[in-house]
Design a protein around this ligand. Structure first.
Ligand SMILES: [Fe+2]
Ligand SMILES: [Fe+2]
Length: 300
């Protein structure tokens, strides 16, 4: 049975899968949380009464976070004229939302620690993959004129976050997933997850995004990046971009790529985005350099 979704939100899983996801997320909510300051920033920006002053106040409580945000703002990613010396100024120039997205992005690296948890799986390779997809989604968003470069970057960065939820909540089962994939290379990653865990990383990722009260657009990305066309047309754009960037990252062999199910982006997804082969080739060429830059900015 398909789970009933609130109005305007796509159903992500069956009732049974929803229970599996909920119980795992419930167990990790106190372990795998983003740093408290990041949660504060998310809630603050979602609050319609909050101001730039409030955001500046929260960020100024964490000097290291403030410094990392300014490093990103002053990078060639933005190409802003002159150096931006304060969070205040960054908010004025880029807006509350952009600074919020940058703050979340620079906080996420911490979640991808854990090292070699199976012979063929190292969490840091998943981080490299995620940063590559983030850089690729950002390049693609620019290419198709979607705007929102920071949201695109963050969407790419979090798309496989469900795997982190699996590792945190069901580590031994996750190792089993990797083992059965090794034994049967024809098996798809999501099939192996469903076999062992009863749900896949799309569902765990969407569950985590909901529990963290991330914007719905990001929940769509985690929940549908392997099947973006299952989303209603109005909700597909960002998830289609992430889907394409996921495939490109695998083509370029950046980080852990066994979750990617196809060797080329589906033509239906490309036409949904009005993306030409030439534009794709251009992004593929730019990707290694964009990944290097993003890795330097976010840390590894
Ligand atoms: Fe995935
Ligand atoms: Fe991925």
């Amino acid at each position: 049975m398909i789970q009933t979704a609130p109005t305007g939100v796509e159903p992500t899983c069956t009732q049974e899968q929803a229970q599996i996801v909920q119980s795992a997320i419930g167990e990790i909510s106190h372990i795998a949380t983003l740093p408290q300051i990041t949660m504060k920033i998310i809630h603050l920006v979602e609050d319609p009464d909050s101001t730039a002053y409030d955001l500046n106040n929260v960020i100024s409580n964490d000097a290291a976070l403030g410094a990392r945000i300014l490093k990103v703002v002053n990078s060639t990613f933005y190409g802003l004229p002159g150096q931006i010396g304060s969070i205040d100024r960054a908010i004025v120039l880029l807006g509350l939302n952009a600074v919020k997205n940058i703050a979340i992005a620079v906080s996420l690296a911490k979640l991808f620690r854990g090292g070699q948890i199976a012979p063929t799986f190292n969490v840091s390779d998943l981080w490299t993959h995620s940063v590559a997809v983030a850089a690729g989604t950002r390049l693609l968003a620019k290419k198709v004129g979607l705007g929102m470069p920071d949201e695109a970057f963050l969407a790419g960065l979090i798309h496989d976050l469900g795997i982190i939820a699996e590792i945190q909540a069901r580590r031994s089962k996750f190792v089993e997933v990797i083992e059965i994939l090794e034994a049967d290379p024809a098996l798809l990653f999501r099939e192996a997850e469903n076999q062992v865990l009863g749900a896949c990383h799309e569902q765990f990722g969407a569950g985590l995004c909901k529990s963290w009260k991330f914007p719905t657009g990001l929940t769509f990305v985690t929940g549908f990046h392997h099947r973006p066309l299952d989303l209603a047309p109005a909700n597909r754009g960002l998830t289609c971009l992430v889907h394409v960037a996921d495939v490109l990252a695998a083509q370029c062999e950046q980080g852990y790529t066994d979750t990617v199910e196809c060797l080329a982006p589906a033509s239906e997804v490309l036409s949904e985005l009005n993306l030409t082969q030439q534009q794709l080739d251009e992004v593929t060429k730019q990707l290694p350099e964009a990944l290097d830059e993003a890795t330097t900015l976010l840390g590894s």
